[in-house]
Design a protein around this ligand. Structure first.
Ligand code: HAM
Length: 418
């Protein structure tokens, strides 16, 4: 084969593309229950939208962005995530002024990462962003919507890992404590942690190296340094999740890989994902709208990785073996039968029954073989004799039973069996 999809990208092809589409359908059903409206933004933006909001020292900005110059020399970047674009669109479209402040989106994101299971360079996120409410109930709604979405997809046993990263004031005090406690022993830390301690100290808590992790065990927790209002907010989120029956676990070491978060930070993980175990994550970003030049506007949201959701679903709640299991295969034998089958297919579709029409040449045996291969639930056979008798031979592909049914009654009969 001459061409291959670029490394780290994937086609969505059948049969997997059916589950892919189902996920979008579930999203279109679940998120509007919260008043969230669809939002689509361009796949590329001006580069500084991301560098300014995600943080210069984050992995994404420092090494993972697909950045290029357009023909006029402007620096553009394929979006690595959706929040910055959502904030820009919210401000640019003056959506808040019109009372539109809850959104959900589904689309491709791009990060130049080392591809492995569950980690690709183009991946899809489904995300939500809520603007304008500083209270903990928005955090709860966002987290509960992710929980409901996963549940509706068929995912079970997921636990939300919850933390608070405070506000700039209390976080600043915590970072100062961190630095002073580690001051004498930076030689024991890994190179990345030594670098982060200077540039983005909170991120050291995310280190996966055993030696560093052990060292950090004795450090004070961020949550014990929260100021009064941040503490109160954190308690409010926990109380809300409990009353909404969303299982969660406090995870004091959880810091997110993006710099815009304030207060709530959360992730949903799955044991079925291996090293890349985060199905989704998000949190509050109360300062970002203002940072983009808008009025002070608190906000909270999450994004989940579509490919990762599908990986877990495949392991825990597999899709039906055939994407055509609801379909019937309408096979015509001869020209007169072909016209009859076309009319029949129209009536089947009017009744909501998916129908694959085969009016081509070929023996009955061949057509039955194809219907079976595609996993259709029934084959409708129409030849000259059937046209004459105004009947259809219906073969149940599961049991193998055959029945001659009146042409007029066949749609109702199939509807009853669906
Ligand atoms: P994030 O944690 O960077 O957050 O990404 C969210 C999810 O996207 C991850 O949990 C993961 O499932 C998926 N993901 C990330 N990178 C990859 C990759 N290379 N391959 C496959 N899946 C991936 C954000 O992007 C924030 N914008 C979330 C947010 C929204 N916070 C507030 N609002």
């Amino acid at each position: 084969m001459k061409y291959q999809a670029p490394r780290g990208t994937h086609d969505q092809i059948p049969p997997g593309s059916v589950a892919w589409k189902r996920l979008q359908t579930v999203a279109d059903r679940v998120f509007p229950l919260y008043g969230m409206l669809p939002l689509e933004t361009p796949v590329f933006e001006h580069t500084d939208l991301f560098t300014r909001s995600l943080g210069e020292e984050t992995d994404i900005v420092s090494k993972e962005m697909y950045t290029f110059q357009d023909r006029k020399g402007r620096s553009l970047t394929l979006r690595p995530e959706g929040t910055a674009s959502a904030v820009r669109a919210y401000l640019q479209g003056r959506l808040g002024e019109q009372g539109f402040d809850r959104f959900y989106y589904f689309g491709p994101m791009f990060r130049y990462e080392r591809p492995q299971a569950g980690r690709t360079r183009q991946f899809y996120q489904i995300g939500v962003e809520l603007f304008g409410d500083a209270g903990p109930s928005s955090d709860v709604e966002v987290i509960e919507s992710l929980h409901r979405f996963c549940h509706e997809l068929g995912l079970r046993g997921l636990v939300v890992q919850l933390n608070s990263v405070g506000c700039p004031e209390c976080r600043g005090r915590y970072v100062a404590t961190l630095k002073s406690q580690l001051a004498g022993c930076t030689d024991d830390l890994c190179e990345l942690c030594r670098h982060r301690l200077n540039r983005n100290p909170l991120r050291i808590l995310d280190c996966k190296k055993a030696a560093c992790r052990e060292r950090y065990q004795s450090l004070p927790l961020l949550t014990s340094h929260l100021c009064g209002p941040c503490q109160e907010h954190f308690q409010g989120v926990q109380a809300g999740l409990t009353s909404m029956e969303v299982p969660f676990r406090l995870e004091p070491w959880l810091v997110r890989g993006l710099d815009y978060y304030t207060r709530t930070a959360f992730e949903v993980t799955s044991e079925h994902l291996g090293a890349q175990d985060a199905l989704g994550g998000g949190g509050r970003y109360d300062l970002l709208v203002e940072q983009f030049g808008g009025p002070p506007t608190p906000a909270v949201g999450f994004a989940a990785g579509v490919e990762r959701l599908l990986m877990v679903l495949e392991k825990t709640a597999p899709e039906p073996a055939s994407p055509h299991e609801r379909s019937v295969y309408a096979a015509a034998l001869g020209d007169r039968a072909a016209a009859e089958v076309m009319g029949l297919s129209r009536r089947l579709r009017d009744a909501g029954i998916p129908c694959l029409v085969d009016t081509g040449p070929g023996s009955l045996k061949k057509k039955l073989k194809l219907s079976s291969k595609l996993g259709c639930r029934a084959t409708l056979i129409v030849g000259d004799d059937e046209v004459e008798a105004r009947r259809v031979l219906v073969k149940d592909m599961g049991t193998g039973e055959q029945e001659l049914i009146d042409l007029e009654g066949v749609v109702n009969c199939l509807k009853e069996k669906a």
